[in-house]
Ligand binder design. Sequence first.
Ligand code: SAM
Length: 266
Amino acid sequence: MNYRHAFHAGSAADVLKHVVLLETLDRVLQKPKPLFALDTHAGEGLYRLQAEGEADEGIRRLWDRRAEWPPLARYFEAVGRFNGPKLRDYPGSPLLIAGQLRPEDRFVAVEGARETHDALQQVLPPEQGQIFLGDGYHALKALLPPKERRGVILIDPPYEQVTERSALLTGLRTALERFPQGIYLIWYPIKDKHDADRLVTAVSALGQETLCVELLTWPPDVKNRLNGSGLVILNPPYGLKKRLGEVVPTLAQILTRDGTPRYRIR
Ligand SMILES: C[S@@+](CC[C@H](N)C(=O)[O-])C[C@H]1O[C@@H](n2cnc3c(N)ncnc32)[C@H](O)[C@@H]1O
């Protein structure tokens, strides 16, 4: 396991993922019943932004002009909790999730790399969430269904291994057998459009209601490390699609690298 998220922290892909995550939680937390949240590939939790990291094409493009984009106020407020007036640190998904939950909710973060797991332990207090060192796909089997019967599950693998997609689909199948009503957010990279479409089709074929949101920062035919990213959401909460229609066009406008905003919500 070689993947280190630090260089990618605050990238355009992180921005999209975290905006969608927060908007999802926002909707789900409007109901008073306790919620279970699971982050299967948690990462370090808090990242010191690097001088020439991918944040230059992500959060740094947005931050200084944040007052101009009220639809993204929700996201800026969450990132702002970890910063003074100057942007220095970027919160990863476990801190963003823990920051939204109420005392009656429960959060589990799973991380596969020991060093990364230990770093997360330094920034996520035990009362805000339980942290496990292990395989996030195994956690789908071990931790579902939750006693709360309501859950949001973020699955954010690094896609470094050729076996990642089959592990993801197997894990999801098991998860859905155990907890079909869970809300699952699955992040994926877009390097090759057809490849990304195949993954979405395979996930959609699992039978749940699906919402898919994609944002390309480069045109699809430019050869790049990453042309964009997307999330497929199973059992999306009511109102999420409409809300994403309000925030994603703004994001696409700010994050495009060639002046043309490109996004898809379907
Ligand atoms: C993309 S990063 C996570 C970023 C984080 N979710 C966020 O949004 O801030 C992926 C993480 O998954 C970890 N990882 C890789 N394979 C794993 C597995 N099978 N189970 C759990 N964690 C794994 C990597 O060590 C890495 O920290």
